[in-house]
Design a protein around this ligand. Structure first.
Ligand SMILES: Cc1ncc(COP(=O)(O)O)c(C=O)c1O
Length: 481
């Protein structure tokens, strides 16, 4: 992984909290109206279809990432670094399906293999297929901590399985996660989401028992983690600490370079397993995962996204043989850990993953995507500084962050909770406006604040993207302007 500057975590946090404490900057009303006009004038087909869909789909879209403001766009074509909507508009695609397509969208060499496979045996059979073996062997070669690999249907399922396995192996119940981290939407993990300290805030419809043995600790804070491990020891012990090695939410809350190694030591000291959730980072940060980059070996690794190269059925767990054997399929005796899924490890998912990883390895896709991430981030940093904006841009290789509102860094104050929630709502709307402005300028981002780059992002494409970002930034009025 490269990154535009050696990210100084303490300084980044201070700038991010500073941003959250300052009044939020908005695109002036008239300029925003003309951005909204773009959608009315140029995206009528999308509006018609997504309006009609509201009758049948709750909220009008099925996917949480489909940008909603002012209305979702209907995408009809994805190719490399570009997306095309139903009205014929082209966008530079920094969403990249939420991260899985490090080769760029719809990579022809993988697509051809998938089409060939589907023509021969269809997408699924329920029986053994050569690609489930080939993918498992390849993952094990690329990531040495993965002696065995079990494929499941999604990252959410893989996290669930990893927690279950950790409890069986250790005989302990508690799971510690970092506050603000997203590890999928299973009952247990809807706890401390997005903003640290929010606990069961989003756990509607989830019985308290489901999250009873989940603790959240503040990211990048080893003291709090050790304190929690100590308390849990008195209560029966911690089965696992689960974390994203780059920090929660793909590094939206970054961690120090030595954080993972220190957590490894603490886990060993307190007899807890270390689970790396590499749903985003495996085969994006490097072909050896973030664990290869940081040189830290987890007990279990959770996979998703890139593991199926952007095709459906993207999930898996890997780790030491003696642990992983508990996942053996079929009817077993003994303490087997239950996992399953009709659509787990289909020939389609496994072949798509296998050929994507091979293509990525031979083309140095992670290196090229990271270089594009560096170029994008240094360009954004220059723009931010030249327009005197309080924004914060940084990257971990091909994961780029552009914080313009500091929404997730608002300090929680339960005594003034209504005021805090009001402020979060306001800032979220400004984020939506920023996302809409980028979109009208021909840029697709993740919620207006994160960009995934891919191998398809040439220097020219990044230059083009930067000039589009600049069109938005120059409209923002600061006190100095
Ligand atoms: C770090 C992390 N873990 C788990 C998940 C859940 O994966 P999935 O969406 O495949 O269920 C995600 C999804 O974005 C993720 O980013």
């Amino acid at each position: 992984m490269q990154s535009s500057e050696a990210n100084n975590t303490a300084e980044l946090y201070s700038r991010l909290t500073d941003l959250a404490e300052k009044p939020v900057l908005r695109i002036p009303q008239q300029e925003m109206e003309s951005y909204l006009q773009y959608f009315e004038k140029h995206c009528a087909g999308s509006k018609r279809m997504t309006d009609a869909a509201k009758k049948f789909i709750p909220g009008g879209v099925q996917h949480n990432l489909a940008f909603n403001y002012p209305f979702p766009l209907v995408i009809v074509k994805a190719e490399g670094a570009y997306l095309y909507d139903t009205d014929g508009n082209r966008y530079i695609d920094f969403l990249q399906a939420g991260g899985p397509t490090v080769l760029g969208s719809n990579y022809p060499a993988v697509r051809e293999k998938v089409i060939q496979l589907i023509s021969e045996c269809g997408p699924s059979t329920g029986l053994f297929h050569e690609y489930e073996y080939k993918l498992a062997e390849l993952v094990s070669r690329l990531i040495p901590s993965v002696e065995m690999f079990r494929m499941v249907g999604s990252g959410t399922e893989a996290v669930m399985a990893s927690l279950r396995l950790a409890r069986v192996i250790t005989g302990k119940k508690y799971i510690i996660k970092c506050g603000g981290a997203y590890h999928g939407w299973s009952d247990q993990m809807v706890y401390g989401m997005r903003i640290p300290g929010t606990g069961r805030f989003d756990a509607h419809g989830i019985p308290t028992g489901s999250t009873r043995y989940i603790n959240e600790v503040f990211p990048n804070d080893l003291k709090v983690l050790e304190k929690r491990l100590k308390i849990n020891r008195l209560l029966g012990g911690t089965a696992a600490v689960i974390l994203e090695p780059v920090g929660p939410e793909s590094g939206t809350r970054p961690v120090d370079d030595n954080y993972n190694a220190s957590v490894r030591k603490l886990c060993d000291q307190y007899g807890a397993l270390l689970i790396f959730d590499e749903v985003v980072t495996a085969f994006r940060i490097s072909m050896n995962g973030a664990q290869g980059y940081y040189g830290v070996t987890p007990d279990l690794t959770v996979f998703g996204k890139v593991i199926a190269g952007g095709y459906p059925g993207a999930g898996g767990i890997g780790g030491r043989r003696e642990y992983m054997e508990r996942f053996a399929a079929g009817l077993q005796t003994g303490k087997k850990v239950m996992v399953g899924g009709t659509m787990a490890a289909t020939p389609l998912s496994a072949a798509a993953g296998y050929f994507s990883l091979l293509e990525m390895e031979s083309n140095d896709a992670c290196g090229k995507a990271a270089r594009a991430g560096d170029l994008l981030t240094t360009g954004l940093q220059k723009l931010i500084s030249s327009y005197g904006l309080p924004y914060v841009a940084y990257n971990q290789g091909s994961i780029c962050h552009l914080e313009t509102t500091g929404t997730l860094f608002i300090k929680l104050n339960y005594l003034k909770i209504f005021k805090v929630l009001e402020e979060i709502k306001k800032r979220k709307h400004v984020m939506e406006e920023m996302g809409a402005a980028y979109m009208a300028e021909g840029l697709v981002t993740l919620a207006g604040s994160r960009m995934y780059t891919s191998m398809a992002d040439t220097d020219e494409i990044i230059e083009d993207a930067l000039s589009r970002f600049e069109n938005v930034f120059k409209k923002i009025k600061t006190k100095a302007s």
